[in-house]
Design a protein around this ligand. Structure first.
Ligand SMILES: *Cc1c(COP(=O)(O)O)cnc(C)c1O
Length: 242
């Protein structure tokens, strides 16, 4: 048996990140912004702790996203999270809110008034103001979580009165498209919607994050105004679901 002194995957993670950062910088400049105006999140679902820690300690990753409460909680004690922001990005059931609110810096996947209320209640109990993004179902897909635009506009009054959340912006996952160029129309719609809400005056809204763009379409998302891209497989390689 040979000892695996050098795991090639470490090397590819650092190479992937170099390439992705170059492309983020280029797209930011193309869209008239500075490279540092766009944040890179490493999406760590299904990824082993050792690779996540490598991305953090050796490649400067300072923002990670997990989809599932249980998965994040089971990994977190082994992660080197000093100075790292942790966001929940997957659908959150109300009965799990209490478990996650103390441990994350943001919940990006708030998709109903009911969920927003439960988060605010739990945050109140531990004296925290929970930063959240509201998830928009920009393609109006029946199968998807997220507010459609009409429901969102109807809910905004109620959400803005919740005392222990701070709404930092919007998040979206556009419909699956055959080509990144097709996703552009959704990114453009999102960007207009984001700017419309941002210009409103809502009590607990402090809008500065538009979270859109994943491995296959982050360049297009940035061109249309994204300032936080959530990238998983392009950083860590294809996911293996156990
Ligand atoms: C998995 C996931 C991502 C990352 O997807 P990739 O295509 O691997 O980059 C981004 N956002 C959300 C909400 C996800 O669930």
């Amino acid at each position: 048996m040979t000892t695996n002194l050098f795991d090639e995957r470490f090397f590819s993670i650092s190479e992937n990140l170099k390439r992705i950062r170059d492309e983020i910088n280029e797209s930011a400049i193309k869209s008239g912004r500075k490279p540092e105006d766009v944040r890179l999140m490493a999406v760590t679902k299904t990824v082993d702790v050792k690779y996540i820690n490598y991305a953090i300690t050796e490649c400067g990753i300072d923002l990670i996203g997990e989809n599932k409460v249980q998965e994040f909680l089971s990994k977190k004690d082994e992660l080197k999270l000093d100075g790292v922001e942790k966001h929940l990005i997957g659908h959150l059931q109300t009965n799990k809110v209490k478990k996650i609110v103390p441990f994350v810096d943001m919940i990006q996947s708030v998709d109903s008034v009911k969920l927003a209320k439960v988060i605010s209640d739990e945050a109140t109990k531990i004296n925290k103001t929970m930063d959240v993004l509201l998830e928009i179902n920009i393609g109006d897909e029946g199968s998807k979580t997220g507010f459609d635009k009409t429901a969102f506009l109807e809910s905004i009054g109620e959400i803005s009165e919740l005392p222990s959340i701070r709404v930092k912006g919007l998040m979206t996952i556009p419909p699956i498209c055959d080509a990144p160029a097709e996703a552009e129309k959704y990114f453009a719609l999102m960007s207009d919607f984001y700017n419309e809400i941002k210009s409103g005056n809502y009590a607990n809204f402090d809008f500065n994050i538009l979270s859109m763009g994943m491995s296959g379409d982050y360049k297009e998302a940035i061109i249309h105004g994204s300032n936080l891209v959530r990238i998983g497989s392009a950083v860590f390689g294809a996911r293996i679901y156990k």
